[in-house]
Design a protein around this ligand. Structure first.
Ligand code: PLP
Length: 393
């Protein structure tokens, strides 16, 4: 059975055009791009083209693009590099809703004598820029804030935040893993020094990412080795994946507007119908300032895991909290940071759509989901208690 896949913030399917473009680089064009022979040289030409395509999507120069293995590597590299290049500074500013790729590293750095400020968010998942401004100090080495949240889709005012950091001569990194390909980005017009991207969130394969490094930014490589990536990241280039990312970037650029209108319409229909037909539901996150594909909905008095398991029987794939934490029954750190009450946070489901979803799939979910919630609530002592309080049977 083909899944009804609504978990695209966890990962996306590789686009057919992307798969087709990468395949020759496994078997026919397998040369090492760094080799002297022309067999390798022709691969290097395509790596160069991929770099240009990614740079175009981001409004950057090709020399500012460093290929990495994933978003996590890019995030770790950015922060470690900033700290090494400014050894006199010991303070990091980030937020409470970052992905574990940032949070776990910052928690580790805190044990190594760095001071970490995790900025709070409000009930809608928004950042307060005044509070951010006040958190910066002469000891701050780097700010790292995500462009869009993976769980709620809420978009932070990253360009403004980067400007404020620039005024204070503080390096600014953004984890744009969920934003790239979904919102227009023109780095040349911003004060962002570093940006992380992950291929598998935009229809390229898993295991490829980039770190954008603004020209002139002091840099210290994370992986020391060969001279690849101008000595900024050792390791033989993952050529099939790099070429795939180039094609995915070009597709994202070409289709972003059209796809987003299509995906947003699907998302809004799904969300509005759920809110209208299922009692005690609420959207988590600022609905005005959100990625067009993401809807995080709380179903009060129900366990998110229970909803996922029952939907899974129909082949519907979504997520409760973030995919990276779905092994744990703790309410997600993002919803907790937003102050979402426990009974709501526990029953939250993230639907994240892509251009490969259809109207029929939305109809299917809208048919199957309400009875799932009704069944689960029928088994919930909290729901029954609440219904009694409200005078319902
Ligand atoms: N940052 C964000 C916001 C993410 O959503 C993810 C993945 O879910 C990552 C970083 C990590 O990316 P990767 O899986 O490529 O390491």
């Amino acid at each position: 059975m083909k899944p009804v896949y609504m978990d695209n913030n966890a990962t996306t399917s590789v686009a057919p055009e992307v798969l087709e473009a990468m395949l020759p680089y496994f078997h026919e064009l397998y040369g090492n791009p760094s080799s002297m022979h022309s067999f390798g040289g022709q691969v290097m030409k395509e790596v160069k083209r991929a770099r240009e395509r990614v740079a175009t999507l981001l409004g950057a120069s090709p020399e500012e693009i460093i290929f990495t293995s994933c978003g996590t590597e890019s995030d770790n590299t950015a922060i470690r590099s900033a700290l090494l290049s400014r050894p006199d500074k010991r303070h990091i500013v980030t937020s409470r809703v970052e992905h574990p790729a940032i949070r776990a590293l910052c928690a580790h750095l805190a044990t190594q004598g760095y001071r970490v400020t995790e900025l709070p968010v409000d009930g809608e998942g928004r950042l307060d820029l005044e509070q951010y401004r006040r958190a910066l100090s002469s000891d701050t080495a780097i700010v790292s804030l995500m462009w869009a949240n993976n769980e709620t889709g809420v978009i932070f005012p990253i360009e403004k935040a980067a400007e404020i950091a620039r005024e204070r001569n503080i390096l600014f990194h953004t984890d744009a893993v969920q934003a790239v390909g979904k919102i227009p980005i023109d780095l040349g017009r911003t004060s962002i020094d570093m940006l992380s991207l992950s291929g598998h969130k935009l229809h390229a394969p898993k295991g490829i990412g980039i770190l954008y490094l603004r020209k002139g930014t002091k840099y210290s490589p994370f992986l020391l080795g060969g001279h690849q990536e101008r000595g900024r990241r050792g390791g033989t280039e993952a050529t099939p994946s790099i070429i795939a990312l180039g094609v995915a970037a070009e597709l994202a650029q070409k289709n972003m507007e059209m796809e987003n209108t299509f995906v947003k319409n699907l998302r809004d229909r799904l969300e509005n119908t759920i809110l209208a037909t299922v009692a005690n539901t609420k959207v988590n996150g600022d609905r005005q300032n959100r990625l067009p594909n993401t809807s995080n909905i709380s179903f009060e008095f129900v366990e998110g895991e229970g909803i996922l398991l029952m939907m899974d029987e129909y082949g519907i794939c979504a997520s409760s909290g973030s995919a990276c934490t779905s092994g744990s029954l703790q309410p997600s750190h993002v919803l907790r940071a937003m102050g979402i009450p426990f009974t709501m946070a526990h029953g939250s489901i993230r639907f994240s759509l892509s251009v490969y979803n259809t109207d029929e799939e939305i109809d299917f979910v809208l048919e199957k989901l309400p009875p799932v919630i009704e069944t689960l609530r029928g088994m919930s002592p909290y729901w029954k208690a609440d219904a009694r309080l409200c005078g319902e049977s």
